[in-house]
Design a protein around this ligand. Structure first.
Ligand code: GCU
Ligand code: CA
Length: 465
């Protein structure tokens, strides 16, 4: 099964490459020297190895930019290389904006010396004619020294927006066995894409509540939609980003959380979009889903915590889930499934690796006669299995907010630490929320309760990832 999937991926890739080769305009990259750009700082020449007559030494401040004007013969995807030197040991991150719209953040790591010039490459979408490309530093150290940018418009790696389009970045457990409709398992799965053109829509199958955001605007709902769904028209600018996610299928809700592809404007295409280095997987029950709040998953603590860290995330969670008991989604087994509605361990953990895993389980086991001993032993097995699934992840076992099996949770972590796994941490959540004011029913946090949890959890994760 796995082999067939990867063969399919190869075939698709080969087809794409052929198509690209057939359409590609032949052109070498064009170099734009920093001394001809708008540099908020000085054009210097004291560090050798630069090209042309100098480099941009930006003022050491947030927003002290270098701005280039790039000309493209046709609209499409372009590869951009930024040649820089950062003689410090601290990265100098900067946003890369095209026509004022942020495309990505480049990290510009330290290069040890100011003569250690190196090139950072990424992909952007350009409009026909002139485009401004701006490097805007996000920390007070400002930009590294910038020698030039090179833009290659002969790499049209645009995709067609279909579910198998490799420009689309998926987060969470997606079942990809049907190339026409990728199906979101569990809760809180989403996808990010970049696209050109002035309109965007999404192809659905049966009825579903979906949420989306264009160009990082606040997420909004389109509830009860099916078929072809138009999300925006009349967009200006050369390229845009979109995030789409779906309400989880669980309990009495049987919506169809599938992604059938983006509906692009005529002649438009997708382009590559970045993926954060960190990915946090949250494993839990209704609290981790964010039930019963209407704007879950994005008002729930997992989403808030990970977004605050600039990390990707998923909520492998289900209302009523236990850790141990098999009559209530015993997550020590079920977390190895692609969704709560498959009956065997089908998930391929090689699809993505979490850099952190947060477990919040134990609230429901009480109602299923799980003994203290069973819970603790089960938790140790769970921690072993998570380690097997994610060999390098930092694992956080959180005491549940209703203070059930907290000692057992702590003991399980201690057992794994004693067995040599130092990247497993117990998180004491005592006092994080007040059941009287921060929950709707003594169990489920309100939106404000979720914010409080995220505010406590985020700095803990931040110490490790
Ligand atoms: C030094 C170096 C400059 C550099 C600056 C900085 O002054 O000579 O070229 O721009 O450090 O830290 O930004
Ligand atoms: Ca400088």
């Amino acid at each position: 099964m796995r082999l067939r999937t990867s063969l399919l991926a190869c075939t698709l890739l080969a087809t794409t490459v052929l198509a690209v080769a057939g359409n590609a305009a032949v052109a070498a990259p064009t170099r734009y020297e920093a001394e001809a750009a708008v540099c908020t700082g000085t054009i210097d020449s004291n560090w050798s190895g630069f090209s042309g007559s100098g480099f941009c030494n930006g003022t050491n401040a947030v927003g002290a930019t270098a701005q280039f004007t790039v000309t493209a013969a046709t609209a499409g995807t372009a590869t951009i290389g930024v040649r820089f030197a950062n003689g410090t040991t601290t990265a100098r991150p900067a946003d890369l904006l095209v026509d004022g719209v942020r495309v990505t953040t480049l990290s510009f790591e330290g290069t040890s010396t100011w003569t250690g010039w190196t090139t950072k490459t990424t992909t952007i979408s350009v409009a026909k004619g002139s485009n401004t490309v701006t490097l805007s530093p996000t920390t007070s150290a400002g930009l590294p020294n910038v020698d030039y940018i090179e833009v290659d418009t002969s790499t049209p790696v645009g995709g067609n927006g279909s579910p198998t389009d490799t420009n689309i970045q998926y987060y969470g457990r997606w079942n990809r066995s049907d190339p026409a409709y990728f199906s979101m398992g569990w809760a809180g799965g989403y996808l990010d894409a970049r696209f050109t053109g002035s309109s965007i829509g999404v192809r659905q199958r049966n009825m579903i509540d979906l949420y989306y955001s264009i160009d990082q605007a606040p997420l909004q709902w389109r509830r009860g939609v099916s078929g072809n769904v138009s999300l925006a028209i009349g967009l200006s600018g050369s390229s845009h980003t979109i995030r789409i996610g779906y309400r989880e299928k669980a309990g009495s809700y049987t919506g169809d959380p599938v992604f059938g592809g983006l509906i692009l404007a005529s002649g438009a295409q997708t382009a590559a979009i970045g993926r954060p280095v960190n990915f946090v997987e949250f494993i839990g029950d209704s609290i981790t889903v964010g039930q019963p709040n209407a704007d879950r998953p994005f008002t729930a603590y997992p989403w808030l915590t990970a977004e605050g860290l600039g990390a990707g995330h998923s909520q492998v969670a289900q209302g009523g889930a236990c850790l141990v008991s098999q009559d209530c989604f015993g997550m020590m087994d079920w977390f190895r499934r692609s969704s709560a509605w498959v009956s065997y361990d089908d998930w391929n953990f090689a699809t993505y690796q979490a850099t952190a895993v947060v477990i919040n389980l134990g609230t429901n086991d009480v109602g299923h006669s799980v003994t203290s001993t069973q819970f603790q032993q089960g938790y140790v097995v769970m921690l072993e299995r998570v380690r097997q699934a994610y060999p390098n992840a930092e694992i956080f076992a959180t005491g549940v907010f209703r203070a059930r099996y907290v000692t057992e949770t702590r003991n399980a972590v201690a057992a794994r630490n004693a067995a040599g796994d130092g990247k497993v941490h117990f998180v004491d959540t005592t006092g994080w929320i007040d059941p009287a004011t921060d929950t709707s029913d003594n169990v489920h946090p309100t939106e404000a309760g979720h914010v409080k949890i995220a505010q406590r959890l985020r700095p803990i994760l931040d110490q490790y990832i």
